[in-house]
Design a protein around this ligand. Sequence first.
Ligand code: TXA
Ligand code: MG
Length: 326
Amino acid sequence: MISTPDIDRAVAVLRGGGLVAFPTETVYGLGGDAANEEALKKIFAAKGRPHDHPLIVHIAEAAELAHWAREIPPSTHTLARRFWPGPLTLVLKRASGVSELVTGGQDSIAVRAPSHPVARALLARFGGGIAAPSANRYGRVSATTAEHVRQEFGASVDLVLDGGAAEVGIESTIVDLSGAEPAVLRPGMITQAMLEEALGRALGARSSGSPRAPGTHTRHYAPQTPLMVMEVDLVLELASSLVRQGKRVAVLARSARAPLLAGITWIAAPPDAAGYAHDLYANLRRLDAAGCDAILAEAPPEAPEWAAIRDRLMRASAGAAPPEAT
Ligand code: TXA
Ligand code: MG
């Protein structure tokens, strides 16, 4: 349980330019004072993240938007009223005076009001914006528990607030509202259909004029063990064949039962999208820690509520190849 003294200590760390890892409903964030360039530099250094990858500024409520963004379109308020506090990040034109370190040199800024009670208490008491990327080393699997954060960063974080396992489990949906057409830059558990329903219009496609959202294209969210995503029949076939070659295989299954084969580490993921997302990063960490030669994941369904999960698995598996026969 987090107590008021814990929050007070965290606020003192933030005011002193230090880093506080804190729970949000999506994943844990590695937070620093968004108005303090020294703190922002520490975030990039701790993560090993390139400076052109902008950070999300977390705020307590929509009333603070004007401090960070300019020319705020009405759709912002529609979406904020409907989904904040919650797992939705809005990209807007940045206000003058916002550090380039936050925006990665772009003219836009990403802002989100998280719903986790610890994040809300921290933001309310701090009284300013907290810049926070996901609390993982660059490119790696995001952290959904305080223990995962400690595994990622050790002593380079001044304080870790433990708020239990993150409820949503994967990062927020990012919507760009800085251009002519709203567009989804990163899918999340707030789906395109939910956004369209709230806005009463179809969302545009992401265009060449959309702000860059670095980290949404390339290999990301990746375990160290090569991860491959395939249909269930292929999972079973390849797992057996690799085991016969003396390899150790980890499987993230959804529908099939574990075959009676030694040398397979098997996790049966929840059958529904919300449950699957909740467990996804913890499951990838467990399978990664099993020290296998490959992780085989059963492909998620094509249904819209699985879009964000397909996106994360695709990036986590980008560029991985099956282990060679020896
Ligand atoms: O759920 C989340 O969003 C978590 C929690 C901690 O809030 N945060 C998170 O942060 O996922 P991070 O830094 O791992 O991912 C932020 C993404 C990056 O892909 C970045 O490129 C994009 O947001 N982004 C940030 N500012 C942007 C901007 N001004 N324009 C476009 N994309 C932006
Ligand atoms: Mg991240």
